[in-house]
Design a protein around this ligand. Structure first.
Ligand code: 5GP
Length: 236
């Protein structure tokens, strides 16, 4: 497998073409951003942890029936994935109030929700990723009703699976963001990453934050938090 030219550089990852037309290589960086790119920094070895944690979870999800873009881990920071067109939606699943939901609805962080919340944001940095509903998504032509149905079904499946899996290692899954892509044959698959960058992970007993909120909120200890997630999930 040959790594060819860079196709794209995002805030946390680079994507490269390969000599196989249907396969890309994702390369994870240590760069960290928050507040829509206004706050910038690095978290030592974040790229390695996010790559390995994402792949571990994607493999488990694939085995549990959620189609993913994962093909093979190539190195600490590099993963072979299926070529997809990313559907420009951030799909957010929430079990407990936190972050922007707490602000918007005036709920204290940590408040129990009576049912799971599913939100969609339209991925557009210039617009600040505005929240959209199924009517906006249809009106913009971002996804068909059928595709959105699949996305919602997979997102709830991911939530059920991860909530149970993480409970066993003493982590409460507060909320998380997923992205989906479409392969050349039109199949919807889970793409992007599942990591402390994209999930709120709280220690089940102490409620200590073990995720990117430590960086976003200048709390410190983000490197140790990422390492702790790696240790609990991969035993390393
Ligand atoms: P909130 O809307 O409360 O800021 O975020 C909800 C969840 O989605 C959190 O777990 C957060 O990590 C994730 N999330 C939302 N938007 C983004 C984003 O633009 N980048 C990343 N990495 N995660 C996001």
């Amino acid at each position: 497998m040959e790594k060819l030219e860079q196709l794209y550089e995002g805030k946390a990852k680079k994507v490269f073409k390969t000599d196989e037309p249907e396969l890309y290589i994702v390369d994870y960086k240590d760069d960290a951003t928050a507040l829509n790119g206004l706050k910038k920094g690095t978290i030592h070895n974040k790229g390695i942890i996010n790559n390995r944690v994402t792949n571990h979870l994607m493999k488990l999800l694939e085995a549990d029936g959620v189609p993913t873009h994962f093909v093979e881990e190539l190195s600490d920071r590099e993963t072979l994935v299926k070529k997809v067109t990313i559907i420009p939606l951030e799909v957010i699943v929430r079990n407990i109030a936190a972050g922007s939901l707490s602000k918007r609805l005036g709920l204290p962080e940590g408040a129990k929700l009576q049912s799971t919340v599913l939100e969609f944001c339209y991925k557009d940095d210039a617009l600040g990723d505005p929240m959209v509903n199924e009517y906006h998504i249809a009106a913009l032509g971002v996804a068909t009703k059928e595709e959105l149905g699949k996305i919602a079904e997979y997102s709830f499946h991911v939530n059920r699976f991860l909530t149970d899996y993480l409970k066993d290692v003493g982590i409460e899954l507060i909320d998380f963001k997923l992205e989906f892509g479409k392969t050349t044959d039109g199949t919807i698959v889970l793409a992007d990453e599942i990591s402390p960058d994209t999930c709120r992970f709280w220690d089940s007993k102490t409620h200590e934050k073990l995720d990117k909120d430590r960086f976003r909120r200048d709390m410190g200890g983000e490197e140790d938090a990422y390492k702790e997630i790696m240790k609990r999930l991969l035993g390393e």
